[in-house]
Design a protein around this ligand. Structure first.
Ligand code: DC
Length: 366
């Protein structure tokens, strides 16, 4: 029989560094991998690498695995690098599998307990313990650095970026326009001719894409693979691309990670769709800015006109409705008001009024 080789990944965490915990959690992980992938029944484990964080010392996970009798292949253990912010008490495995070449086989990886946080794209669902760990982690990071982040979410054209820029200037904070990042990704996919259903192409393109957001002389610039695309990403055709590609899980995971990193280093005002609900669930202050479709369409129309772009009010209105629908109904991190966000309806408010109202709230919470 000729075989093809593939790799299977898995990870788990233990509650405490004890022999019993290590044995039971390692066993649980390996039982799941064996059962889900049919190891031993047409699928052969060739070898298995087990890596652990340095805080796992009470028992060898490799021995626990050997004693489970579930894998009879060679086992090798190693230590994970000791990184800041690493998930503690974590055990990872990588198993090389040999599968009959004629068999259709898709490996089913397993990320259990708090390890679900490592690969939310592969974990079946974030368990409750993982979610609370996520919140705890951002809470302790915030306490440590006393970083204050302000989250502003809302539909397109609600005035988020206008007020966020003014707030950042007035409060000496950094402004991060997360929509610009999605626009840059949409532009890149368009230039490469990548379609929405080409998951492999999207992943490959994301791996080779660098996005940088820099404020130069008080103006935010977005660099895509080293080139300034700040003007191009504001064009109307890029709005639709950004909305479409922002629904792709892999795109969001990459950008959310970048956004969290930036926000963990300095006081930031971030505007977007999922900042208060997903990117920074523990932000010090959260706002949900909104306005009627008519008012938002008129604002966008005036903005594009001022830049000399050909546009038609009715089309913009319909496009805004479509984007609202897409942003609110996508499966992963959709646009919605966080329970603890302050809602600001800007239809009948001037920019100055909105900014003054928000500054009062921010100052009362800082
Ligand atoms: O705010 P904007 O119009 O520049 O955003 C462009 C698109 O990116 C928008 O359709 C929704 C998406 N987006 C998102 O999904 N999450 C964010 N945090 C920011 C923007």
């Amino acid at each position: 029989m000729s075989e093809k080789i593939t790799a299977l990944r898995g990870a788990t965490t233990v509650e405490e560094n004890t022999r019993d915990e290590i044995v039971s959690k390692t066993r649980e992980l390996i039982e799941k991998l064996v059962a889900d992938n049919g190891i031993g029944t047409g699928v052969r484990a060739v070898w298995c690498l087990i890596s652990t964080t340095a805080d796992i010392t009470a028992f060898y996970p490799a021995r626990a695995l050997r004693e489970s009798g579930l894998l009879s292949c060679p086992l090798m253990s190693c230590l994970e690098p000791n990184m800041d912010n690493a998930l503690p008490l974590c055990i990872r495995v990588m198993i090389e599998l040999a599968v009959d070449e004629k068999t259709e086989f898709v490996p089913r990886h397993a990320y259990l307990h708090k390890a679900a946080l490592l690969r939310p794209d592969l974990a079946e669902a974030l368990g409750e313990d993982a979610r609370s760990e996520q919140v705890q982690t951002s809470r302790s990071a915030e306490a440590k650095n006393a970083i204050v982040n302000v989250a502003i979410d809302g539909p397109s054209g609600a005035g988020k970026s206008t007020v966020a820029k003014l707030l950042a200037r007035r409060l000496s904070m950094t402004y991060l326009d997360t929509g610009a990042m999605y626009r840059a990704i949409g532009l890149k996919m368009h230039r490469k001719g990548i379609c929405l259903d080409d998951v492999e192409g999207i992943e490959r393109t994301l791996d080779g894409t660098a996005i940088e957001v820099e404020t130069i002389d008080g103006i935010q610039h977005v660099f895509l693979d080293g080139k300034d695309v700040s003007g191009e990403i504001r064009r109307h055709y890029v709005s639709k691309l950004a909305s479409d590609f922002s629904a792709v899980r892999q795109v969001r995971l990459k950008l959310v990670e970048m956004q969290r990193n930036i926000a963990s280093e300095k006081d930031c005002i971030l505007d977007g769709r999922d900042i208060g609900t997903f990117v920074l669930p523990d932000a010090a202050v959260k706002f949900y800015l909104t306005a009627s479709v008519k008012v938002r369409a008129k604002r966008r129309f005036d903005e594009l006109k001022a830049k000399g772009e050909e546009c038609e009010l009715g089309t913009i209105e319909r496009d805004i409705e479509t984007r609202d629908y897409n942003d609110m109904h996508r499966e992963f991190a959709p646009l919605k008001k966080a329970d603890d966000a302050v809602e600001v309806v800007t239809d009948d408010m001037s920019v100055d009024q909105v900014v003054a109202f928000m500054i009062d709230i921010i100052n009362s919470k800082r």
